[in-house]
Write a protein that binds this ligand. Structure first.
Ligand code: KG4
Ligand code: ZN
Length: 340
């Protein structure tokens, strides 16, 4: 019976989890570093890696205690090898490699995006391939045709700012605390949806790529044109920004589903916590599309998705060949992920 430890340290969340082939997820813990970064209005990479170092052993102890599994019962250690912050990735990879050496078991480098794409399967084994995967987070906005495990076709990627980045930057401008996505969503509820209309980037023709930097510029310009900005205007800007992002994401999902003749959409990444986005994407049910959102704890960065992806790689004998610590901050999702 295989059981794989998963370690996620791509950005500012430290995640450790244990996944058992037969019993499923035995334990998963995430330490969220928001308090360390909030005073700076964004993630400070050096602070992030230092905190991963501090959290790693206590989290591992908790996971082992909760699952009742000891280190020598592990089959492999999976870790995130990229994309992400270089220093943060190095901490997780070095920890995984050291542990795998000490336990004489394989280590497995996992692409963070593959983890997100497979995260829905932690809770729903009935999801059938192929499906459309939408990853919307602080660092990513992408659409992927998931043919089967290990076979990914990137249909659209973000050419500049990711959706979460646009939420966070405009939230900061509006004086909301970091990370601003969920605060902006709250503020948007008080906004007048008719007052401002921002562009829907890359939707004038069928394109599955995302670009949110122009939209961000429109929001900044509207803010400057209305200075000093009163609370209602802030809410109206938040409302218009959220509507533009949601509309854009919705259109692209619809196009991708249609042109690829897909009937299942899996949405993951921190921005998928946005209720207005969920409501809009759920309207695709009317077009006989099954839309699935993993639970919030599996949408945001977590070790469980890395442990699960690690188990699948282990079953396919896709393991690291040596102890070299190879991480890649700009790692791309390959068509045939895991092929060595
Ligand atoms: O996946 P995640 O936890 O971390 C990575 O970026 O990898 O996503 C965090 C992002 C942040 O940009 C945050 O503002 C955004 O998800 N977010 C939201 C909401 N909750 C989190 N954006 C819009 N509406 C929300 N409710
Ligand atoms: Zn992520």
């Amino acid at each position: 019976m295989l059981q794989v430890l998963g370690i996620e340290t791509s950005c500012d969340d430290t995640g450790i989890a244990l996944y058992n082939e037969e019993r499923g997820l035995l334990a998963h813990k995430v330490h969220i570093q928001i308090d360390n970064h909030a005073p700076f209005g964004g993630v400070v990479p050096e602070l992030a890696s230092r905190d991963h170092v501090r959290r790693m052993i206590p989290l591992l102890d908790e996971v082992l205690r909760e699952s009742g599994v000891s280190l020598h019962e592990l089959s492999a250690i999976a870790y995130t090898k990229g994309p992400g912050l270089h220093g943060s990735l190095l901490v997780g990879a070095a920890f995984a490699k050291a542990l795998s050496y000490a336990c004489s078991i394989p280590s497995i480098g996992i692409n963070h995006l593959e983890g997100h794409l497979l995260s829905s399967m932690l809770e729903n084994k009935d999801i059938s391939f192929p499906f459309l995967g939408l990853v919307v987070s602080g660092g990513h906005s992408m659409l992927v045709r998931v043919e089967k495990f290990g076979c990914y076709h990137v249909l659209g990627d973000c050419v500049d700012d990711a959706a979460g980045e646009a939420f966070d930057k405009i939230a900061k401008l509006l004086g909301l605390s970091y990370p601003g996505g969920k605060h902006l969503e709250e503020l948007a509820k008080k906004g007048d949806p008719k007052r401002f209309k921002f562009p829907r980037p890359l939707t004038e023709r069928v394109s599955l790529d995302f670009s949110f930097s122009g939209l961000k510029t429109s929001a900044i310009k509207t803010f400057r044109d209305n200075e000093p900005v009163d609370p209602q205007t802030k809410a109206d800007i938040a409302c218009a920004l959220q509507a533009a992002i949601i509309d854009t994401v919705y259109k692209k999902c619809k196009w991708a589903l249609e042109t690829n003749k897909l009937h299942t959409l899996i949405v993951t990444g921190g921005v998928s916590a946005n209720h207005a986005l969920r409501d809009k994407l759920n309207t695709l049910h009317q077009e006989h599309i099954t839309v699935f959102f993993p639970s919030p704890e599996f949408c945001t960065d977590n070790g469980a998705m890395i442990a699960y992806a690690g188990l699948l790689h282990l079953k396919h004998q896709q393991i690291d060949r040596d102890l070299a610590i190879n991480v890649n901050a700009r790692l791309k999702l390959k068509e045939k992920e895991g092929e060595l």
